[in-house]
Design a protein around this ligand. Structure first.
Ligand code: BGC
Length: 502
């Protein structure tokens, strides 16, 4: 009896020893995995570091590229496109105007009623429509017919009070947010697609002619009177709201900037100088690249596998379409090398662009995970489950994911600040009293609008670069819907039919 009891108790001891050894091994394995993942994070943080001295070098390189791009066609990676916008809205514009804003995953149609200096914007109506994925790589006819049909439907909703007097045609500002070589304010050929668009036969074609044709097919009495980039639209809307606006930046699906340049500082402009002496330049800064960029293997791989390898490198570091994809690539490496999601790689984590940046539904997965302030990082857990099918993660892993998002957002925001810094530098070269004049930079785009961390980090970095005195003269101003409203305002200020108040 005693023997049996002794046997049972030693078996129990043995079982306890086995269980605790297994647990111990598991813990050791888990902590080894965490250590490996944390090593990947440390290496990432090192490589993504963008201290102010580096940012200054990047800003100097951008300024040099700006000058080269203004000097000659194709003179630099920055195309510095002449927009034919030599005067911006004054506030006195009057009449009813339309805008069509195409550039990301959706497009918007907009109707605006302007009442001159006293009444300003009397009424504004708009509608956003998402573009089916297949149309982004179909044919120009299919894309433009789809857009024109939506526009016709929107025009049909004009109220009785909207009707234009006899003989007056509807005028449309067309925001087309891709690099275009303009030949006048209302014509221009597509240089190349960016972001998710890839309709090859469209490159080299006049985008206004294509749209006017599609509008005609719809039987609409309407004509494009201004072709503008979204940065130019935002600059126009910014200027309408605040006369000190000198530049506009878009931080959304893609990224770009436009600013007011002195016409005499554009050697490649051979036509007579405009009366205003100014010309708005669409920088197409997304295509900027510099040997000073803090690049990682993830950026290089993303670029190599993108629709436009070797191009839009700056955009691939700072804009919404790409930042989530960089995060995915880092998480995949952590899953492969440190098994942060267990022994198997979650299959969905291998799917490019699965971390979404979809503005019309405000689905910015990276932002939602990064902004999770709950103590147990609940949103991170539910996003991992919803998007990647990962059911169970430790808090340590979830924290790691937040840190990865933060590393990529911080680098993007700091690099974006360097871009703004170089525009301010360029602008102040021509100013009479460079250090004291208030300068406003209009900013729009989903990354800036919704990704608070990004916006704050960009602004504080810019302040650090400018120093306290200059920083107090620079205002970063959000301009909501600037690209569409600005296009309508430009259609108004260049209207054939309506006269603005003095
Ligand atoms: C385009 C620019 C545009 C920017 C923001 C870039 O990909 O090349 O023309 O302004 O995205 O929409």
């Amino acid at each position: 009896m005693m023997k049996a009891a002794a046997l049972a108790s030693s078996a129990m001891v043995a079982a306890v020893v086995v269980v605790s050894t297994v647990l111990h091994q598991r813990q050791r394995r888990a902590s080894k995995r965490s250590e490996r993942a944390e090593a990947v994070l440390r290496d990432l943080l090192d490589r993504c570091a963008a201290p102010v001295e580096l940012l200054r070098q990047i800003a100097d390189a951008m300024a040099a590229d700006m000058r080269a791009g203004l000097a000659a066609e194709g003179g630099s990676d920055l195309q510095m496109l002449v927009t034919y916008v030599d005067s911006l809205p004054s506030g006195g514009e009057k009449g009813m105007f339309y805008a069509l804003d195409l550039g990301g995953t959706n497009f918007r149609v907009l109707r605006i009623q302007l009442g001159g200096r006293e009444q300003r914007i009397i009424r504004q109506e708009s509608k956003g429509i998402s573009i089916p994925q297949h149309l982004m790589s179909s044919s120009s006819h299919e894309l433009f017919n789809f857009i024109a049909a939506a526009l016709a439907k929107f025009v049909a909703s004009e109220g009785e009070d909207c009707h234009l007097p006899e003989g007056i045609q509807r005028e449309l500002g067309f925001t087309f947010s891709f690099p275009v070589k303009q030949t006048s304010l209302a014509s221009g050929t597509l240089i190349k697609w960016t972001k998710s668009f890839a309709i090859d036969e469209m490159v080299g074609k006049d985008v206004v002619a294509e749209l006017n044709m599609a509008i005609k097919l719809q039987g609409l009495d309407m004509k494009v009177t201004a072709l503008v980039n979204d940065t130019v639209g935002t600059l126009a809307a910014g200027r309408y709201l605040d006369h000190d606006t000198i530049a506009a930046v878009i931080l959304g699906t893609g990224s770009n900037a436009a600013y007011i340049e002195h016409a005499h500082a554009i050697p490649k402009w051979h036509a007579p100088l405009p009366k205003s002496g100014d010309m708005v330049i669409n920088m197409e800064w997304g295509n900027f690249k510099s040997s000073h960029f803090p690049l990682t293997q993830f950026d290089q791989e993303l670029d190599a596998e993108s629709l436009n390898p070797g191009e839009q490198i700056y955009e691939k570091l700072i804009s919404g379409m790409y930042m989530g994809e960089i995060v995915r690539r880092i998480l995949l490496k952590m899953a492969q090398e440190a098994a942060i999601f267990g022994d198997n790689i979650p299959p969905k984590l291998e799917r490019p662009y699965i971390l979404r940046f979809t503005l019309h539904t405000r689905t910015i997965d990276m932002l939602m995970m990064h902004h999770d302030t709950s103590s147990d990082l609940r949103t991170v857990a539910s996003k991992l489950k919803e998007i990647l099918g990962i059911k169970c993660t430790s808090l340590r892993t979830r924290k790691l994911i937040v840190d990865v998002c933060e590393a990529i957002a911080t680098r993007g925001a700091r690099l974006a600040a360097a871009g703004i810094y170089s525009i301010i530098q360029k602008h102040s070269q021509h100013s009479v009293i460079p250090d004291t004049k208030r300068s406003v930079i209009a900013v729009d785009g989903g990354v800036y609008k919704y990704y608070t961390f990004f916006g704050q980090c960009m602004e504080s970095t810019l302040s650090d670069m400018l120093g306290p005195e200059l920083a107090s003269c620079v205002v970063i101003k959000p301009v909501n819907d600037g690209s569409g409203v600005g296009a309508a305002l430009l259609a108004a200020s260049y209207s054939r039919f309506h006269q603005a108040d003095e």
